[in-house]
Ligand binder design. Structure first.
Ligand code: NAP
Length: 415
């Protein structure tokens, strides 16, 4: 298999990551496509590449190395290709399987609603994965932020995000309401707007399957399905039922339900088993505050996932510290969770931690654990020394304010 690219040439000193069945086969010098991104993208990506390269170099004594391959999306692609999401970029990411991406400007007008959404759809990146954990010293609004260590698996392709809706007052919405009222026996007010919430067996099962596989690989002890099934029985309720079904049918040897935990094991977590739980979404927003450390991996439909991701991130210091990835069956795209913050573009000022931590997720995905751990430790140490960028500096007493590049250097110094 080869890749056909028009305006970019892959580096010759690296090797492609491949698959052996389900398993990623990572060479010592993998080619990894990287999109710098718009606005603050170049600043934070420069720091990120330096930090990741240093961690890999120091961890493996030069034996391993990431071979970055610059590909383009957003403003830089518009300049080079005359379009914001060129085929070259999709081809390269699909071919090399693992990529890192900076933030992209959402185009105003034109055919594409959001570049990020378009990339998820084209490459079927159905899980949005957000690990949320605390770094000591980061200002937090809660008393015990260190209790948070949750990995969120948010469904990425359907639910109310499918974009199926009709505006109030249009001919189309009248047709839909008339159909529902006349043919289906409903009683919807004629002055309503209508949106559709599809939740499928296919999308639910591929998400929950990915969450359970992650829990097995990372030795987690529970997976919690979060839903509003008490009200939306055939969408959110079905999400819960199908989630349990995947666990039972495909992972029956390693999963037990919470009921079984109490009935068979007297509430004591058995070695090597993952407990499948479920929680109603509104209750879960309380639970993350009151029983934070009872949750490890959480799987949710799209909208619940959106709310819970930000609520969890707020507890540990906000989106500036939150990494993320969009992952499909084979392709994994690691990215910053914040936007392009255009007013800070090229000022060497903003916090690169979100995208650095996304890079750490990428190292974990490659199973380069030693390098990943080295970056975590360096971040902990640097924040503990109160050497931070402007955003944390304004919230901390007695801190030293660093530029983006200086913060990157501080991390490398602390490895
Ligand atoms: P934003 O770019 O995330 O910035 C909002 C504010 O968040 C900034 O003004 C800044 O706050 C803070 N912030 C963001 N990143 C930071 C960092 N690395 N370090 C420190 N502070 C940071 O959101 P936006 O202004 O709503 O969106 C701008 C553009 O980004 C839009 O085109 C949007 O569509 C796009 N966007 C892209 C993505 C993506 O590519 N994944 C995600 C979201 C938005 P202060 O000024 O208070 O310090």
């Amino acid at each position: 298999m080869t890749v056909s690219l028009d305006k970019i040439t892959p580096p010759t000193d690296g090797v492609r990551i491949t698959f052996d069945g389900d398993r990623l086969v990572v060479p010592d010098n993998p080619i990894i496509p990287v999109i710098e991104g718009d606005g603050i993208g170049p600043d934070i990506m420069k720091a990120t590449r330096r930090v990741l390269d240093a961690a890999v170099e120091k961890s493996y004594g030069g034996k391993k190395r990431i071979v970055w391959f610059d590909v383009y999306a957003g403003d830089s692609a518009l300049e080079k290709y005359g379009e914001v999401l060129p085929k070259d970029t999709i081809e390269a990411i699909s071919y090399y399987y693992v990529a890192l991406k900076g933030p992209l400007t959402t185009p105003v007008g034109g055919g594409i609603r959001s570049l990020n959404v378009a990339m998820r759809q084209i490459m079927n990146l159905y899980s949005c994965v957000r690990p949320v954990r605390y770094f000591r010293g980061v200002p937090s609004p809660v008393k015990a932020p260190e209790k948070m260590n949750i990995v969120i698996y948010r469904e990425n392709t359907e639910d109310v995000y499918a974009g199926i809706e009709w505006q109030q007052g249009t001919e189309d919405v009248k047709k839909v309401i008339n159909f529902l009222n006349n043919e289906m026996g409903k009683n919807i007010r004629m002055d309503s707007g209508i949106g559709i919430k599809p939740i499928s067996i296919h999308a639910t099962k591929q998400l929950v399957r990915a969450a359970i596989k992650y829990a097995i690989k990372r030795h987690k002890t529970s997976v919690t399905l979060v839903h509003k099934g008490n009200i939306m029985k055939f969408t959110e309720g079905a999400f819960k039922d199908w989630g349990y079904e995947v666990a039972r049918q495909e992972f029956g040897d390693v999963t037990i339900t919470e009921d079984e935990l109490w009935e068979k094991y007297d509430g004591k977590q058995p070695e090597g088993k993952i407990v499948m739980k479920d929680r109603i979404a509104d209750s879960m927003l309380q639970q993350i505050l009151t029983r934070t450390d009872e949750y490890e991996v959480v799987a949710l439909p799209n909208l619940n996932g959106d709310y819970l991701s930000d609520a969890c991130a707020a507890q540990v210091g906000g989106l500036g510290m939150a990494p993320g990835a969009n992952i499909g069956d084979k392709i994994a795209l690691f990215e910053a969770t914040h936007g392009t913050a255009p007013k800070y573009a090229n000022k060497d000022m903003v916090n690169p931690t979100s995208v650095i931590l996304s890079g750490v997720m990428m190292l974990e995905h490659l199973e380069w654990e030693k390098a990943a751990q080295m970056v975590y430790t360096a971040i902990e140490k640097t924040i503990d020394q109160k050497r931070v960028t402007y955003d944390l500096h304004r919230l901390m007493d007695g801190a030293t304010k660093l530029k983006t590049s200086e913060y990157g250097s501080a991390l490398i110094e602390n490895m």
